[in-house]
Design a protein around this ligand. Structure first.
Ligand SMILES: [Zn+2]
Length: 359
């Protein structure tokens, strides 16, 4: 079994063990914290393809509905980010709370997620990289998927042409080969030290295998008029997610600051209000850390979220620029996993029982 499949299996085994042993219920009083922020990307019906390497980024409308029913049953408050901020700052923890956040602004948010969220009267935040509704966004992670899906073999130079990398042919005829080839490509792309190198490697792949990067944005992302429709609903908060969806830690400080600041201005120009909340693209440790947290603070954002896994504790009032989230992962669409995740037990174990991670 290869690296990424292995990772999903380990996550699932951990969640199952915590659930069926009942350990998550014993741990809950100590690790549940005061609330949690959930992360979603795509919400759309399951697709039949065997090869879906980005499936962790999508859940079905049915699963979203089940999660919301469960949250309402659990007597958790579903709150907006502004309300979360108030509770953290004022120390108002009488009731546990959950915030729902959706990254990237895909059209399926409007088509599939929004009707369900509205039916449950669930406030939610949409984090928008402004190049996406502008129609010029590069959804680069879909390029290796498309290249591998549409070809039986691909030529790559995974070390990089200028640093003595070896050319090799990755065979990707069967589904298993496609998964391996994608994993190798993806791990390599993410290992590149600058965003510029990553983008140029992706553009090179797209050009050599006739993948139209621009088409993904047009096909999948909401435009400004659709966002404007959503933004009129008081349930909806619009947050910033940079302009070009860059991994901020992989660009210069000046560019990182511009990306965060300009996205706020672009949303203000298009929708008429200035977003107060930020989500760091990709959002893991390689994409956002101390420097980015400082810049977000200097720019005056009220809160900023990462994708570091975790629930919220009272002490997060002191690190509002590095809030953890819990991803509703498309590979693990089971209510029992959501119960374990919201209990704080799984993330407490992943984080070595460290509550706050703001470095
Ligand atoms: Zn994103």
């Amino acid at each position: 079994m290869k690296k990424m499949a292995m990772k999903q299996t380990i996550i699932r085994a951990g969640l199952e063990t915590l659930y069926f042993s009942g350990a998550y219920q014993m741990m809950r009083p100590f690790v549940a914290g005061v609330g949690a922020i959930l992360t979603l990307h795509h919400v759309r019906p399951a697709r039949p393809e065997q090869f879906q390497p980005n499936r962790l980024l999508e859940i079905t409308p049915q699963f979203l509905d089940e999660v919301l029913i469960e949250l309402r049953r659990s007597e958790l408050d579903l709150v907006s980010l502004d309300e979360m901020h108030r509770r953290l700052v004022e120390g108002d923890f009488r009731r546990r709370f959950v915030c729902i956040t959706i990254d990237d602004g895909y059209r399926d948010t409007l088509q599939w997620a929004y009707p369900i969220l509205r039916r449950h009267q669930a406030p939610f935040t949409l984090y928008i990289p402004t190049s996406f509704p502008d129609g010029v966004g590069e959804l680069w992670w879909l390029v290796p998927e498309a290249v591998v899906a549409r070809n039986d073999a691909i030529d790559v130079c995974l070390g990089g042409q200028n640093v003595g990398g070896q050319h090799e042919t990755l065979s990707c005829a069967s589904v298993a080969e496609k998964r391996d080839a994608f994993d190798r490509l993806y791990v390599w792309l993410r290992s590149l030290t600058s965003e510029a190198e990553l983008r140029s490697a992706v553009r090179d792949l797209a050009a050599r295998y006739q993948v139209d990067i621009a088409a993904f944005c047009n096909e999948l992302c909401m435009r400004w008029d659709e966002l404007a429709t959503l933004a009129t609903d008081p349930l909806v908060t619009i947050g910033a997610h940079t302009v070009n969806h860059v991994m901020l830690a992989k660009v210069s400080e000046e560019l990182a600051r511009t990306e965060m600041d300009m996205s706020r201005t672009a949303i203000e120009c298009a929708l008429g209000f200035r977003p107060a909340h930020l989500s760091y693209p990709v959002g893991d440790r390689t994409s956002a850390s101390a420097r980015e947290f400082r810049i977000a603070n200097e720019l005056g954002f009220k809160t900023a979220v990462t994708t570091r896994p975790g629930v919220l504790f009272g002490t997060h009032r002191d690190c509002l620029m590095s809030l953890p989230r819990i991803s509703l992962n498309g590979e693990h669409q089971q209510l029992r996993y959501v119960r374990v995740l919201l209990s704080g037990a799984a993330t407490a174990m992943w984080n070595g029982f460290r509550r706050v991670d703001a470095a």
